[in-house]
Design a protein around this ligand. Structure first.
Ligand code: SF4
Ligand code: SF4
Length: 450
């Protein structure tokens, strides 16, 4: 047990340690400190210690259950000054990453500043100096790992939340980060095997197909794996489990939204207007991705630059700029503290659009509701990061089969009455995952009494 004043002290200490860790990055970016392995290690050490202490003071000795206390009154999580400042910092970082990497220290022959700080790690993994994307990959993976652990502690006891978070951490570290870096070390093309078209919008670009086919048997295998993901693996898994198999268990964008973005999930807009905008935007972007890809394939097959009077190269580069960089990166992550954590997944991701259509019309997945138990508290709607007004379905006792639902299960987890159940054709996933534990406790209890 520890007192309130001790809790405040631990909280402030966690802030102070975090500021020291971030200051190291900041000073190195400004070239006031020389990059070295020591600074890199200290920076990660301080940031890890900061999140660990913060998590400790938030959840230590608290009863099992969902802990979202004070979320409305904190400046960071309620679009206050700190939240807006964080939004600016993240947006600025993304702008540098995409368009001004030299500000981060990218050099033609030698790096400096922030990017040079990651050179030793890059050399150790792939025998090449770091790029801005390597730095981004390390920070992204680190964020999913430490905030993922925080998320697991927050939802401790809820196996669905724990397992799917372990899953996104695993896929991010192994599939999105380590494997592609080792592939580069082995002179194979960079490839994130869990990333598929149209999220991976450059998959059919002639340079990518050429790289894969020039890389021998393994390269060809990666190409056919990508095709199988689009046409076989993804539709089958979506039929069986809904789009959550990808959006909440595998995808890196979803992984960051669920872990680092968790404190901002309640900021999603639940209005009908936002739902309308969501449908217009996401399906328009999907259409654009399809047209752009047809254009790219057409040009690579025929050598002709124009399709129906449109330059396929110009369309491809505008798509990369507007959707690949501005929407998915700058707005998608930079706006977490302002628009909520799944802005990209909800309004922009063409992959989510395809999975959503499959989920809506050809999937066994649904969220069932028991209106008799609902007390209309609104927790479910409030914490739905996709802006779904879950309560209105629960009040009517209607199943939720929405294209946008990513199956994160938070609505069911925060419901105090057990109204909502994630089901695959009558099989309750939450119950099944949690049953193992319950029956084990009952069994051991029976043994003890006997
Ligand atoms: S959280 Fe549960 S009880 Fe509250 S409104 Fe939603 S379904 Fe009803
Ligand atoms: S409806 Fe529930 S499971 Fe679906 S996205 Fe919203 S909170 Fe997650």
């Amino acid at each position: 047990m520890y007192s309130h004043s001790q809790q405040i002290l631990v909280k402030r200490s966690s802030y102070a340690i975090g500021v020291v860790g971030l200051s190291i990055l900041f000073f190195i970016a400004l070239q006031w400190l020389l990059p070295s392995v020591l600074w890199l290690s200290l920076c990660f050490l301080f940031l890890t210690a900061s999140v660990a202490l913060y998590t400790f003071q938030l959840y230590y000795n608290k009863p099992i259950g969902i802990k979202n206390n004070f979320i409305e009154s904190q400046s960071l999580t309620n679009r206050g000054a700190i939240g807006i400042l964080l939004g600016f910092v993240l947006t600025g970082f993304y702008c540098c990453l995409y368009w001004y990497p030299e500000l981060l220290g990218k050099g033609t022959t030698m790096n400096s500043g922030l990017i040079a700080l990651f050179d030793p790690l890059s050399f150790a993994l792939k025998k090449q100096q770091a790029s801005e994307w390597f730095v981004y990959g390390v920070l992204y993976t680190f964020a999913i790992l430490i905030f993922g652990i925080k998320f697991i502690i927050k939802y401790w006891g809820n196996r669905y939340q724990m397992y799917r978070t372990i899953s996104v951490i695993f896929f991010q570290i192994i599939f999105a980060f380590l494997l592609p870096e080792f592939m580069l070390r082995m002179n194979l093309p960079y490839n994130d095997l869990k990333n598929m078209w149209p999220l991976n919008y450059y998959f059919f670009d002639s340079w990518n197909v050429g790289n894969l086919f020039n890389a021998g048997f393994l390269g060809k295998l990666m190409f056919y794996w990508g095709i199988a993901m689009i046409f076989i693996i993804s539709p089958v898994l979506t039929y069986l489990y809904g789009k959550r198999w990808y959006c909440s268990w595998v995808c890196g964008c979803g992984g960051l939204a669920e872990t680092a973005g968790d404190p901002f999930r309640q900021l999603s807009d639940k209005s009908i207007k936002a739902w309308r905008l969501e449908r217009i935007l996401i399906y328009s972007i999907l259409l654009l991705a399809i047209i752009m890809t047809i254009g790219v394939i057409y040009t690579s097959r025929t050598g002709l630059e124009y399709l129906a009077g449109i330059s396929t190269a110009t369309l491809r580069s505008w798509y990369g700029f507007l959707i690949g960089a501005v929407f998915s990166g700058v707005i998608g992550v930079g706006f977490y503290p302002i628009l909520g954590s799944r802005v990209w997944c909800r309004f922009g991701c063409p992959m989510a659009a395809i999975l959503g259509i499959q989920q809506r019309f050809f999937s066994r997945f649904r969220i069932t509701t028991n209106s008799g138990q609902c007390i209309s508290c609104g927790n479910c709607s409030k914490y739905c990061e996709m802006g779904i007004d879950v309560r209105s379905y629960a009040q009517r006792g209607e199943n939720i089969v929405r294209a946008s639902c990513v199956g994160c299960g938070i609505c069911a987890s925060v419901c105090p009455r057990g109204v909502l159940k994630l089901e695959n054709d009558g099989t309750n996933v939450l119950d099944r995952l949690n049953k193992t534990k319950t029956s084990f406790i009952k069994e051991s209890e029976i043994q003890r009494i006997r």
